[in-house]
Design a protein around this ligand. Structure first.
Ligand code: 48C
Length: 359
């Protein structure tokens, strides 16, 4: 009998020990699973503007929508801003947008912030008529300097699809060709870019692209153009006027035009040959500029510098969230000013009379 009791007690003790062991193991496992689950919370990559991903607050449907646009009431008067002060550079606008100059940013830091976001950047370039001659250099130098190491889709718009050069593209970079009609007027070719870009965004890019930059083809890259240029709405200061008084800017000055800017108004003179930003912002910009250009045309008005005039009017009212210095679109025929430490992208020397279909 005594032996039976010892065995019975031993079995009971063993069962209790197993139960305790099991509960420890299971609870530990549950912690690990919940930790892993936490890591698996899907982060919305599409427009994740956070720079670091802290412990995610529980998603609430009831956060107020945030409008980050910087729209200014018409005809607000204030002193003309500048991006240079003597031989020094100015690195912020009066509406607190960064002005990107060499030496003001850390490319390694910025690339390490944006790489995990898995972004797609589109670039549009038009090579119509004789401008096709610039396309190879544009594409080859873009491969060397434009968002190197990131996913880039280049959209070439041309009336001569068969003439598009085969350029070796790095992994993750693609070139797509879209046929567009030519025109007897270079003004028309240039201006219609807004309509073509709007249509491209609506037909093809909305679901797949985060940022877009729209660039002139008669230019080449000479230095880094990368994640420092990313932003909601990005404008490039024209190299020809950033030291001038705004009354001398080649804005559209006829009040009848929708691109009109008065002599005592305006911030900077921005390039029509380089602009960009978040897809939805550039969609709104191109849609607005196209509509205004076409409405003017209905009244037999063509702004002084076509879509570039309308872009300047748009950026006067809808302040850019980031301004790129003239490093981002220089002109080869110009000597470098002292504040220009690097030329990243620059218009090549050309004879317009030889390459344009009309004067
Ligand atoms: O592709 C053409 N063909 C033309 O005959 C005239 C303009 N264009 C496109 O429009 C090119 O992409 C040009 O870069 C752009 C207008 N810009 C210029 O002509 C100079 N960069 C000012």
């Amino acid at each position: 009998m005594h032996l039976l009791n010892v065995k019975f007690v031993t079995v009971i003790l063993l069962l209790i020990l197993l139960g305790v062991l099991y509960s420890y193991i299971f609870r530990a496992y549950r912690i690990v699973v919940s930790f892993e689950q936490k890591d698996k919370i899907p982060v919305d990559r599409a427009h994740d503007s956070s720079l670091v991903v802290p412990d995610q607050p529980a998603p609430h449907a009831d956060f107020r929508a945030h409008d980050s646009s910087l729209v200014v009431p018409d005809h607000l008067q204030y002193e003309q801003p500048s991006i240079v002060k003597g031989n020094d550079v100015v690195t912020v606008t009066p509406w607190l947008a960064p002005v990107v100059w060499e030496g003001t940013f850390n490319p390694v830091l910025l690339d390490s912030i944006y790489r995990p976001k898995n972004i797609t950047i589109a670039a549009t370039v038009f090579a119509v008529g004789k401008y096709i001659m610039f396309l190879r250099n544009f594409l080859e130098t873009a491969e060397q300097h434009f968002f190197v190491g990131f996913r880039v889709h280049v959209y070439v718009f041309t009336d001569q699809p068969k003439e598009v050069p085969m350029v070796k593209m790095a992994a993750g970079r693609q070139l797509m060709v879209r046929s567009v009609p030519s025109s007897k007027r270079w003004q028309e070719i240039s201006a219609r870019r807004m309509e073509m870009i709007q249509t491209l965004i609506e037909e093809k890019l909305f679901k797949s692209t985060d940022y877009i930059f729209c660039l002139d083809v008669d230019s080449k890259f000479h230095g880094r153009w990368g994640t420092e240029s990313l932003g909601r709405l990005v404008a490039v200061v024209h190299p020809g006027y950033y030291r001038d008084k705004r009354s001398r800017f080649p804005y559209e000055r006829r009040p009848a035009s929708r691109a009109y800017i008065a002599p005592e108004e305006g911030d900077f003179y921005y390039c029509g040959g380089a602009f960009g930003g978040l897809l939805q912002e550039v969609h709104l910009l191109t849609k607005t500029c196209r509509a205004n250009f076409e409405a003017d045309a209905q009244e037999d008005i063509e702004a002084a510098w076509q879509e570039e005039s309308h872009l300047n009017r748009y950026m006067w009212t809808n302040k850019p969230s980031k301004v790129l210095s003239p490093e981002y679109l220089w002109q080869d025929f110009k000597a470098k000013n002292p504040e220009i430490q690097i030329i990243r992208f620059s218009g090549v020397v050309k004879n317009y009379a030889e390459i344009r279909p009309n004067v």
